[in-house]
Design a protein around this ligand. Structure first.
Ligand code: EPZ
Length: 419
């Protein structure tokens, strides 16, 4: 397994180009199964989860290939409905194949995703919605076995604005018979990207980006090429890196219009942010950082995927602040590792109380999940001495060549093999 070695104290300066959104690319790649002809998707980041998704598409019988950041997928007419456990357990988002497979084949057999480090993460809302659309769903020996004739449009009110649940039901509805409405739907930008792609392919979706999405089923979709939106969480992560190292970074191809709450919260922490164009952010840090109170919320609230990164910022900011994690039940594992570096954090249920300290001191730490890994990299950039981050396969799932991007702007960071 790989690990990262970081020597703290180096100021970042230069330009970083933000890659395509992981959480935008995954559903759109799986949605391409709704279209028999070849689809070309650009701006696809080179990530472990993307490789896993391409392997999954091939297992379903699609032809999938990539050249640089372009991926072509040809779903064809002979899809296979099964997603095996060995693949699904490495990437929960595999469950997003339910909607497309049921739409195209009337059958899907997908391993139950199981929990993951940050929480139990059930898919009950996905399944209940599909049942409302006429699917029969059996759960047996760790598999979800769904069958249907043609899915029927339905009025579905979600108990919680689940991102994956909204995406799965959106993909199930586009080829269903009749009208579907999704109330209390998730409003994340990545869902808007998915809907825009599907509409370009001939779907009839409206209201995406609001809590009420309407879909009129059509008989089939046609191929259309599409470029995935940039990754707002990657952009937020590098803003934090610039602020922590009192650097001067320009982040090119940032999805500024979808980062309002991220930028607002980072600004209130004292981050010097300048928007220098519709997709360009400059962070030239000179102000001191202050702890604030943060609560994670569904979009357009502050995203849970930026919670760990903000915790690192607060570890070395002045004062103290409270972080409330309302989306996942176990998403503070980075706190224990940050404490190994000298952070002063008290955990109580869904709340983390952070008291800023003067400095962090490098030590070996363990990555536990994707965004926790990012928060440890951020801490390593400023910790005195050397920080060693183990199990960085978590990081590789969601950040494209992070140590390369950071080295190019002055970080002292390298990847080595764990003994
Ligand atoms: C998506 O996960 C993202 N993943 C997550 O990003 C992100 O943190 C999350 O949305 C919230 O924004 C992808 O897009 C691939 P949810 P998802 O369904 O769809 C509960 C990252 O770091 N829930 O909105 O799984 C669930 O347990 C990853 O990039 C149910 O109870 O999130 C969780 O507590 C991590 N039943 C909450 O809702 C359901 O049927 C939010 O889950 C579905 C969800």
């Amino acid at each position: 397994m790989d690990k990262l070695l970081i020597k703290g104290g180096y100021r970042l300066s230069g330009e970083i180009r933000i890659s395509g959104s992981k959480n935008g690319a995954l559903p759109i790649l799986l949605a391409s199964m709704l279209i028999p002809e070849e689809v070309t998707l650009s701006g696809i980041p080179d990530l472990k989860d993307i490789q896993t998704t391409l392997r999954l598409l091939e297992l379903f019988g699609c032809e999938a290939s990539r050249s640089k950041d372009r991926v072509t997928v040809k779903a064809g007419e002979s899809l296979v409905p099964e997603a095996p456990y060995d693949l699904v357990r490495t990437m929960r988002a595999s469950v997003l194949c339910l909607g497309p497979l049921l739409s195209r084949l009337g059958e899907a057999k997908v391993a139950m995703p199981g929990g993951c480090a940050i929480g139990n993460r059930p898919v009950d809302m996905h399944l209940r919605g599909l049942e409302k659309m006429g699917a029969n769903i059996d759960l047996e020996s760790g598999y979800i076995h769904a069958r249907c004739n043609r899915l029927q449009g339905a009025h579905i009110t979600l108990d919680f604005p689940t991102v994956g649940g909204t995406e799965n039901l959106l993909m199930a509805a586009v080829l269903a018979q009749g009208e579907t409405t999704l109330e209390n739907a998730a409003r994340e930008p990545e869902i808007q990207d998915l809907a825009n792609f599907l509409n370009q392919c001939g779907a009839k979706i409206s209201g995406h980006g609001t809590g009420s999405i309407k879909i009129t089923g059509v008989d089939n979709l046609g191929a259309s090429d599409y470029t995935i939106m940039p990754d707002r969480i990657e952009a937020g992560t590098y803003i934090a890196a610039a602020a922590l190292t009192k650097g001067d970074l320009v982040l090119k191809r940032s999805p500024v219009p979808y980062m309002e709450n991220i930028l607002e919260k980072l600004h209130s922490l004292g981050v010097d942010i300048e928007i220098t164009g519709n997709d360009q952010i400059r962070v030239k840090q000179s102000s001191p950082l202050y702890c604030i109170d943060v609560t994670t919320q569904p979009y357009p609230g502050f995203p849970t995927d930026m919670q760990a990164q903000v915790m690192t910022l607060m570890c070395v900011a002045s004062g103290s602040g409270m972080i409330q994690e309302t989306i996942f039940e176990n998403r503070f594992m980075h706190a224990h590792e940050l404490m190994r570096l000298g952070a002063n954090i008290t955990l109580s249920g869904e709340t983390a109380f952070v008291r800023g300290v003067d400095k962090l001191v490098g030590a070996p730490v363990m990555a536990s999940d994707l965004r926790a890994s990012a928060s440890l990299v951020l801490a390593g950039l400023i910790a005195e001495g050397e920080t060693e981050i183990r199990r960085i396969y978590h990081l590789d799932r969601g950040y494209e060549r992070m140590e390369e991007k950071l080295s190019q702007v002055g970080a002292n960071i390298s990847r080595t093999q764990e003994e």
